[in-house]
Design a protein around this ligand. Structure first.
Ligand SMILES: [Zn+2]
Length: 277
């Protein structure tokens, strides 16, 4: 499943609960490697706050305010420095005490793993005594870094499980070859040449590999995840997985530039080989 499909799926879940009036007052979104979470949150904010639920093509003052991060009923909180401070949450509470013309008010806490004990306590009280129409979204890469007391009050949406639902055998076998230093150059090239838009499909493939490696990393540190063909990677160390992920991140960025594809591919394959040797 591609990134935008995962986005649509999460959005669809929330939209369904919105339409059937079965909303939770708090959601925890375990985002894994998903990159566009801010865009997704804005889309969700429009669903709740825009008179047309964000589904229009013309200009709309509500959607405009959300896009500019200045809508009074949509508050996003990110860590200041390396933590989310208690004052940030007190400010939020103060803001949401004022009366509003909207039926809903939403707040998002990005990197909820950066809540220190004092700030977590502040938000906990907020979660325990939910007010009508206030909906919380807590976001973090994975749930194991977030305080259990917070999680237990949220409905959990796990994005990596949506991502990993359809890793192709082809990709997994290729990744297995790549990480075990087999002669894969021809395979890899053949696979890429067979597709219509070379750079685009390569990016999809690398995205998929990166997501798979992220899941593999979680397994290595003891999480139980139903990842297909994980037995092919039992010899990989945590250290090498981290190196592969870093290479994929860097090489994916290069694909967006106007590069010589053949040179890029050679370079990419050499970097992968070097991790094992
Ligand atoms: Zn709108």
């Amino acid at each position: 499943m591609k990134e935008h499909e995962v986005e649509e799926k999460v959005y669809g879940m929330i939209q369904n609960q919105y339409q059937t009036q079965k909303l939770s007052h708090a959601y925890f979104i375990e985002k894994g490697n998903y990159a566009n979470i801010e865009m997704l949150m804005k889309k969700i904010a429009k669903l709740f706050l825009c008179p047309k639920n964000g589904e229009h093509f013309n200009n709309c003052s509500t959607c405009d305010l959300i896009e500019k991060d200045i809508h009074p009923d949509f508050k996003e909180i990110s860590p200041e420095g390396n933590m989310i401070k208690k004052e940030q949450l007190l400010n939020l509470k103060q803001l949401f005490k004022t009366t509003s013309s909207s039926n809903y008010r939403l707040y998002v806490i990005y990197e909820a793993d950066k809540l220190n004990p004092a700030s977590a306590n502040t938000i906990l009280k907020f979660l325990e005594e939910p007010e009508q129409g206030i909906i919380a979204f807590l976001i973090a890469d994975n749930r194991y870094q977030v305080l259990e007391t917070l999680l237990s009050r949220c409905q959990i949406i796990n994005m990596p499980s949506l991502f990993s639902s359809d890793f192709s055998d082809e990709m997994i076998n290729l990744l297995s070859d790549l990480t075990s230093s087999k002669k894969i150059y021809l395979d890899f090239k053949e696979l890429l040449d067979s597709s219509f838009s070379l750079k685009e499909s390569t990016k999809d493939l690398l995205d998929s590999m990166e997501l798979y490696l992220h899941q593999l990393l979680l397994i290595k540190i003891g999480k139980k995840i139903p990842l297909p063909k994980q037995e092919l990677f039992t010899n990989l160390t945590e250290d090498s997985i981290i190196k592969y992920i870093a290479i994929l991140e860097e090489e994916k960025k290069k694909l967006t530039y106007n590069i010589n594809y053949k040179l890029w591919l050679d370079h990419f394959l050499i970097r992968f080989m070097e991790v094992i040797s």
